[in-house]
Design a protein. Structure first.
Lengths: 250, 250
């Protein structure tokens, strides 16, 4: 039974975070809203919240099993997730395996280029400033993360990338890039937080070579391609298919 | 006598570079054009080219004397400078002593905040891309500078900042921030190149506490404050006043 939610602690573009009557536990509500271009574009998609909640829950479970500490505790009804309370580090950590999106607008790196090693960028999480890219010097100057914790974040992000790449590969999906957020719990431990879903990842369908049709993520909304909920649903279906496969007990 | 210029090698927003009949020497013509906001704003200022050429020549001489290798050879007539031919590294190195401009639009760092240590950012020199800020990962990925040369550039930039701060201080001027470009000569040596002028530095007059009146650099153009040539001329006048002061021979 989902615990009762208390006061709203925080409302973001795609989620609401509520207090609960459990110590250091919060309830996260995944919203149907989709926003892009720093919320200049906005639309609601019936069913998106539930799908993203389910996908995120599953991915957090996969990562936890592999030893990545996350804020995830359990998936509750519909679009609700129970998680540990954390102080979010105001950074977006973006890991890219294939060049696309803003990277190709802001550098001469060609669209579709495989990035070896993967490229890790920090953005400052601030809607008013439009979540700007940070240079090393700016990141250091802002003082939002210690050198030690930064190294830890980079090690975790790299580990998460390896795990997600392998996980999606078995679903015939390519994880092109993704955004992570980290939080610090009451014990000072870094936990992967926020969500991991087609809102925060670029996911391409390996079963489809068409540049547009293969897109199963928020780029369907950014690029007005339509079919967002179906695309997200396809990702979820493949994930569910995987867990319903009979185990090989030989 | 100024050597004859040959073929135009490169035309930028504020300078033209020509071949000469001297080996590995180029002639640089400082233009009267001022551009801002990635050339969306453009205007000509009679006399600016000559003033910037004189200021740059003087600053290159100051830096050379202090051991900074530069492309500068001599100032020729009017708006012409003779320099060593270099391959420009396509990076803009921006050193900031006081927070202002884009830094304050792209981070929560407050306008006017003194930056200790000074903040060094790399931008990719590419007009079509709007000279974008680079993260460490992007810079590394672009492969436009080796790790060894990058360290050298950072050491030189820091040294140049110390020298420029001290130089301007004795003129009652504050060097707020500045942009440097480096080139590589035929021997593979890194040389400070491009120009150092009120087009590429922010310079505030310490004799004037008014936020606008104290501006003696291209911000007069960016912010439509007027009096650009007078402001640049004031910087030059103080520099010239310094060199015409009688030496203290005690």
């Amino acid at each position: 039974m989902t615990p009762k939610h208390g006061q709203l602690i925080y409302e973001g573009k795609a989620k609401r975070i509520y207090e609960t009557d459990l110590d250091n536990r919060v309830l996260i509500e995944f919203k149907n809203d989709a926003t892009a271009f720093n919320a200049l574009k906005h639309e609601e998609f019936e069913g998106k919240g539930r799908i993203n909640c389910e996908i995120s829950a599953h991915l957090f479970e996969v990562l936890e099993k592999a030893g990545v500490p996350t804020h995830y505790l359990s998936r509750e009804d519909d679009c609700w997730m129970l998680a540990k309370h954390v102080e979010i580090i105001p950074l977006e950590v973006v890991v890219r395996n294939i060049a696309t999106g803003s990277l190709c607008k802001e550098t001469p790196i060609e669209q579709g280029k495989e990035l070896i090693p993967p490229l890790l960028d920090y953005y400052f999480k601030d809607d008013n400033l439009g979540d700007p890219l940070l240079s090393e010097a700016r990141l250091e100057r802002l003082g939002v993360i210690s050198k030690k914790k930064k190294l830890e974040v980079e090690k975790l992000s790299s580990q998460i990338n390896i795990l997600l790449k392998a996980f999606f590969k078995q679903l015939d999906l390519t994880i092109v890039d993704f955004k992570l957020e980290f939080g610090i719990d009451k014990n000072g431990q870094i936990l992967l937080s926020d969500e991991i879903s087609p809102d925060t990842c670029r996911i391409w369908d390996q079963r489809n070579s068409d540049d547009k049709a293969r897109i199963l993520d928020k780029d369907r909304f950014r690029k007005d391609l339509g079919g967002l909920v179906n695309a997200y649903g396809e990702v979820l279906k493949r994930i569910q298919g995987l867990s319903s496969k009979p185990h090989n007990c030989s």
